[in-house]
Design a protein around this ligand. Structure first.
Ligand SMILES: [Zn+2]
Length: 399
């Protein structure tokens, strides 16, 4: 009930963002839109176009973008949350809020595996998944949506367990391979049960991440056939090159490239997907918090990596962190079009970047400066405390 009431009051708000200098759609097919204004009602986009062509009357909030770029809020396809805005991995508080300052508005759990004393018996793992789903649904640091409650499959699970999890609201599995199931045949069966009840799956790919984790090679990945080939570039230890190209060629599933993986292997996966004309499969994550820490700027660093060293246009790299992920994961965010979630990141080139504009600065390997983040039609933050300062920042002109 409480949730419906929140939605109802938000539905009365009308947000107009005008004077957008560059509109990045998140859609590979048309990554730049010829538009300067976005209109939102409540939590949804209702119009995108030139200011003269859209109805901007009756706005309850107006943002002057000051000629900066607007993109869909970034999606981190691979995080390991635990509880609240705390991670025991490097014992940090406030990491999710810090990622918001890196433009991330949506996060997807690949398993709450860092939970101290994580239960591995079937009843216990189901209880933990349901708890995490509920807790993160209700708790949104800075407004960030954390899709959590991602159980790691263990031996002994039966079809009814997946049915029960789905009925309880669980929609994703944690990384296959982080539990006791290490053989493709069992994993494939459980992933199939999950899929039957609408639960999406992901699999760990590559060498062990930390002591206690183990190698998952291309044969296990192909046999399991999870919906997402999690960190195809390893987390950190990557598979040999021929196995990575085989995964690109022989599977149709999402190819997730992560910050906390092998950068060279990530670029290999990117190039292979591009040659196959399957860029739509490329999605980005951080695989954090992890041994190498929490990365508040991880997703924009990945965008910069793909553009500057991977040689793809910066506006396409943005799609890998937005529209591609939304489509691969069936989320209603990540694209600038009517009906989608009104979650945006407004950016400009960083002060003193050698790039001539924001896209050029990313192409040259710099990070953009974030000037504002909007989630569900409401301003979550103004100038980021974490990115290099943006040359220009948007302004709320009427609240
Ligand atoms: Zn992993």
């Amino acid at each position: 009930m409480a949730h419906e009431e929140v939605g109802k009051s938000a539905a009365q708000a009308k947000l107009v963002i005008r004077n957008i200098g560059l509109l990045l759609s998140g859609d590979l097919a048309q990554p730049i839109l010829d538009a300067d204004t976005v209109v939102c009602a409540g939590e949804r986009i209702v119009a995108v176009g030139k200011e003269k062509d859209v109805d901007v009357s009756g706005a309850t909030i107006t943002i002057d973008a000051k000629g900066t770029a607007l993109a869909p809020g970034l999606i981190d396809s691979h995080v390991h949350p635990v509880c609240g805005d705390w991670t025991p991995r490097q014992n940090q508080l406030g990491w999710i809020d810090s990622y918001l300052h890196g433009g991330v508005t949506t996060m997807i759990s690949a398993g709450e595996v860092h939970t101290p004393g994580r239960p591995k018996d079937v009843v216990g793992l189901k209880a933990m998944a349901i708890f995490a789903q509920r807790a993160f649904h209700a708790f949104r640091p800075g407004g960030v949506k954390v899709y959590a409650g991602a159980p790691v499959i263990e031996h002994g699970m039966v079809e009814d367990d997946f049915k029960e999890l789905a009925a309880a609201g669980v929609k994703i599995l944690g990384e296959v391979g982080l539990g006791s199931v290490k053989d493709g045949m069992t994993a494939r069966q459980m992933v199939g049960w999950a899929r039957k009840y609408g639960i999406q799956s992901t699999i760990h790919t590559g060498g062990p991440s930390i002591p206690g984790s183990s190698l998952i090679d291309k044969d296990m990945v192909l046999e399991t056939d999870a919906d997402v080939i999690g960190h195809v570039n390893g987390g950190h230890t990557a598979l040999p090159d021929d196995q990575i190209t085989a995964l690109c060629e022989r599977s149709t599933r999402a190819l997730e490239i992560v910050h906390n993986g092998n950068e060279r292997a990530g670029l290999l996966a990117l190039h292979t997907a591009r040659e196959l004309r399957q860029m739509r499969r490329v999605i980005l994550g951080t695989d954090s918090p992890a041994g190498s820490g929490a990365q508040p700027l991880g997703i924009i660093r990945m965008i910069s990596l793909l553009a500057s060293l991977g040689g793809i246009p910066a506006e396409l790299a943005v799609c890998c962190a937005t529209g591609n992920t939304a489509r691969m994961r069936a989320l209603n965010c990540g694209l600038i079009e009517p009906g989608r979630e009104a979650s945006f990141v407004l950016m400009d080139k960083a002060q003193h970047s050698a790039g001539k504009d924001m896209l050029d600065s990313i192409q040259k390997g710099d990070l953009p400066g974030i000037g504002m983040v909007v989630i569900d039609g409401a301003v979550s933050i103004q100038r980021s405390r974490n990115t290099p300062p943006a040359a220009r920042v948007p302004e709320v002109v009427r609240a």
